[in-house]
Design a protein around this ligand. Structure first.
Ligand code: NZQ
Ligand code: ZN
Length: 387
């Protein structure tokens, strides 16, 4: 553990088939007015909306609603929510949905009482939040992002064609999150697969950086193996509780900062995907699935020992008799096979990218990287390789 770190995660998790039973008690810690925020309709169809509004009523809450949060939530929706918070003096924002709804809730929470332009202040200049933060809590319905237990808030500014992620501090984390794997059974298979790959990518972004003997890398390898195993089962049998609950918990711990402690991290695949998303509005995990193999084929030589270790410890490939190059590429091939098993796309074209967008995406992507610093030209090469 070479890098110093402070680990603190204040989100309380209620997990399992009866997790919603904790909601009423949790609500009692907050004031009268709740902003209930949700997506485009899945919560109404599944009946979860009725269950939650029932509990809110029993808890004697006054409920204000913000419905229709779209996948890849927009800054316009965030501003609408912030206005509601101010007008109604909201005491708690309850997000019911996937990463988009929870991210939007956090964005509203830090923006409502910001006196300047929150987009510039928090998503462009990444300043500390000094204004009051409205508490957020969540009931998770779609698995992948880890937003239920972190400070991430990824928002799309449509006017500026930018999808920017910001990681806020523990004050902006959900105070509590309710995770019932059964709620995820109604998620369409493509979305389920997309969420699985989002989690996979979070683990890879933290794994493929640094060459030290770090406990965190062993933790990541274990979660990846569990995720691969459960994903194979869930793709065949989506209502397998054990598999769906494993996937749900893998997703939460893959991005609640525990798998990043004492590690340098990469995140360039995410930076590229965010701009692909800004131009196409594609499902986040599907975008990552297209970019990841091309990106790792581009950079593996700069961190080859780790890629050999990935082949060996994650995919169980006997690498002893192979050259490093062959072992590393065999590991990346297994990654491609996994993406194919998930039924996710393998080209940017399939996500709706057009050729003339490639330089625009490359030039607007935040540059960084793990084993290799990625310039706009490097990013363009990766985009061309998976176009
Ligand atoms: O809008 P509704 O009708 O609810 O439908 C949603 C949406 O269409 C549907 N859905 C969710 N739960 C369902 C369901 N359909 C049926 N049954 C259910 N139980 O699924 C679709 C996708 O939902 P969304 O919330 O958009 O997906 P996800 O959880 O993948 O969130 C994606 C967003 O999170 C950001 C992404 O960039 C993207 O904007 N991320 C957030 C992160 C964080 N906070 O740390 C990190 C990630 O890397 C990611 O960037
Ligand atoms: Zn992600």
């Amino acid at each position: 553990m070479n890098l110093d770190f402070t680990f603190y995660n204040p989100t309380k998790i209620h997990f399992g088939k009866n997790a919603l039973n904790h909601l009423q008690q949790e609500l009692s810690a907050y004031g009268k007015t709740v902003l209930l925020i949700y997506g485009k309709g899945s919560v109404k169809k599944s009946g979860l909306y009725d269950q939650i509004t029932d509990i809110l009523q029993k808890a004697d809450k006054r409920v204000v609603e913000l419905a229709g949060i779209k996948s890849n939530p927009t800054y316009a929706q965030l501003q609408e929510g912030a206005k509601l918070v101010r007008e109604h003096h909201v005491d708690l924002i309850l997000a019911v949905g996937g990463g988009s709804v929870i991210d939007c809730a956090k964005g509203i929470s830090v923006s409502a009482y910001c006196k300047d332009d929150p987009w510039k202040r928090y998503w462009i200049d990444c300043e500390e939040v000094t204004n009051p933060i409205v508490p957020v809590a969540s009931v998770l319905t779609m698995v992948g992002t880890g937003s239920e237990m972190n400070g991430g808030s990824v928002i799309t500014n449509e006017a500026q064609m930018l999808k920017n992620g910001r990681v806020f501090g523990p004050d902006a984390y959900p105070k509590f999150s309710i995770l019932n794997p059964v709620y995820t059974y109604t998620v369409p298979k493509y979305q389920m697969a997309s969420g699985i790959f989002d989690t996979f990518s979070h683990l890879l972004e933290q794994y493929f950086s640094g060459q030290d003997d770090n406990t965190t890398d062993y933790v990541i390898e274990g979660i990846l193996r569990s995720l691969i195993h459960s994903a194979e089962i869930a793709m065949q049998d989506p209502e397998n509780y054990e598999a769906r609950s494993n996937i749900m918990w893998c997703a939460t711990i893959a991005l609640n900062t525990i798998t990043g402690v004492s590690k340098e991290q990469d995140w360039e695949v995410h930076m590229i995907e965010h701009q692909v998303g800004a131009y196409t509005d594609c499902a986040h995990g599907a975008g990552l699935a297209v970019i990841s193999p091309a990106y790792y084929e581009y950079i593996y030589a700069y961190g080859i020992d780790k890629f050999v270790r990935f082949a060996q410890n994650v995919w169980g490939i006997p690498t002893d008799t192979m050259t490093k190059e062959n072992a590393a590429l065999t590991g990346i091939k297994k990654l491609k096979d996994f993406i194919e098993m998930l039924g996710l796309p393998s080209t940017l074209r399939a996500l709706g990218v057009q050729e003339d967008m490639l330089p625009l995406i490359a030039n607007s992507t935040i540059q960084g990287g793990g084993y290799k610093h990625m310039t706009a030209e490097d990013i363009l090469q990766v985009l061309k390789a998976c176009f």
